[in-house]
Design a protein around this ligand. Structure first.
Ligand code: PLP
Length: 426
């Protein structure tokens, strides 16, 4: 035997030894997440247990198919993980069927459409510029290319969904399916109203609960599940799990949903992520998650109120869920300028169009802010006032370096008291 002192690559365990460049990036991202305020409404801090499940040998396993119906051998153990994920998803949402394989929310929606529709079918979805998602019929997205989407928006005055207007549009257009759900809508969605509209014209009701899944799971938003034919959702937003998605549905659609996910759209499932989804569903089934979901909403209401006190206009006058849209026009800055100014002051958020926005999508007049992540970090209503004050100070002093530094110092102090991953150091 030769005595080669350098071990084979697979034997070196330490990322910083194998790839110092990536290790450094991970380390700096840990510091960024621990020391700056995360207000992107679609983000959250998943638990160490979820991350541990993702970093396991389950990533090595090929498992095309479904539990007990796989194409390759060696799947008996990982079958248990997918079975747990599926049964916990059904329990969490009170659903008859669950598919936990979609790699992302966009793919989940693609699978839902493929299962229920034919190319060219007419579908109704929410306007992208008023809160809908790209996969709800945007012309640059597969959904707008493959299907004939007609869009509904929000009322010009209330900036909320008007179910009478949606009903009239549905009766006129007679879509095969209606998609309810949004990526930037701060109010409760009345899924029973959508069901009655769908029933009136014999349409299917698809709910995209990507944003609100955690609130639904925690009882802080009415559930779409009894009303919808199919509900797709991401697992990484308010649900606080790993990056990915799942689909729950009525039993009658189960076989076609499963077929659309695999072999329709995806190859092998990510078993490490499915295991992590199972962990997240278990966490969401715990009584403490109901408390979390309620606090997310309480914090959003408090942040919206504090921002109003600072002189911002909140679209629709407030929020019922985890997010709000802030109209920046009273401050005389665009969304683009505000996002960049806040970024350099340690506050992470995204510019967003407000309904009937006079600015272009890449500029915008608004910001979308969400409280799912800061609530996970332990912040409460007192901290929401502090955050609103810091945002206002930063945006009143755009371009003033001393203001920026002052805000950043206060952000670091605040995050020092509410660190999402105190056990991780960069
Ligand atoms: C985030 C989101 C998606 C897409 O999820 P990805 O995981 O980013 O593909 C789909 N629909 C809605 C409403 C969303 O908010």
């Amino acid at each position: 035997m030769t005595s080669d002192s350098s071990p084979a690559p697979s034997r070196v365990r330490d990322l910083s030894t194998v790839d110092p460049e990536i290790a450094s990036i991970v380390g700096r991202e840990i510091v960024r997440q621990n020391t700056t305020i995360q207000l992107i409404a679609s983000e959250n801090f998943t638990s160490p247990a979820v991350m541990e499940a993702m970093g396991t040998v389950l990533t090595n396993k090929y498992s095309e198919g479904y539990p007990a119906k796989r194409y390759y051998g060696g799947n008996l153990i990982v079958d248990e993980a997918e079975e747990l994920a599926r049964s916990r998803a059904r329990e969490l949402f009170g659903a008859e069927h669950a598919n936990v394989q979609p790699h992302a929310g966009a793919v989940a929606n693609m699978a839902v459409y493929q299962a229920l529709l034919k190319p060219g079918d007419k579908v109704m979805g929410m306007r992208l510029d008023q809160g809908g998602h790209l996969t709800h019929g945007s012309p640059v997205n597969f959904s707008g290319i493959m299907y004939d989407f007609v869009s509904y928006g929000v009322d010009e005055t209330t900036e909320m969904l008007d179910y009478d207007v949606i009903r009239s549009l549905a009766v006129r257009e007679r879509p095969r399916a209606i998609v309810a759900g949004a990526t930037a809508y701060p109010r409760l969605i009345d899924f029973a109203a959508f069901r009655s509209i769908a029933d009136e014209i014999g349409a299917l009701l698809i709910v995209d609960a990507a944003h609100i899944a955690g609130l639904v799971a925690g009882g802080a938003h009415p559930t779409p599940v009894p009303h919808a034919d199919v509900v797709s959702f991401t697992t990484h937003k308010t649900l606080r799990g790993p990056r990915g998605a799942a689909i729950v549905s009525r039993a009658e659609h189960g076989a076609s949903i499963d077929k659309a996910v695999f072999p329709g759209l995806q190859g092998g499932p990510m078993m490490h992520v499915i295991a992590a989804k199972a962990v997240a569903f278990r966490e969401a089934l715990a009584p403490s998650f109901r408390d979390y979901a309620a606090r997310v909403v309480t914090n959003a209401v408090a942040l919206a109120a504090a921002l109003t006190d600072e002189g911002f206009r909140i679209v629709s006058g407030g929020t019922d869920n985890h997010l709000m849209l802030v109209d920046l026009r009273p401050f005389g800055v665009t969304g683009k300028v505000a996002q960049e100014a806040l970024d350099t002051a340690g506050i992470t958020c995204n510019k967003n169009q407000i309904p009937n926005d006079p600015e272009k999508p890449f500029v915008t007049s608004g910001l979308r802010l969400g409280t799912a992540a800061v609530t996970t970090a332990g912040m409460g209503v007192g901290e929401m006032s502090e955050v609103a004050r810091l945002i206002a100070r930063a945006l009143r002093g755009v371009g003033d370096e001393s203001v920026r530094r002052g805000v950043l110092a206060e952000v670091h102090e605040l995050c020092g008291r509410f660190t999402p991953y105190p056990e991780l150091v960069g």
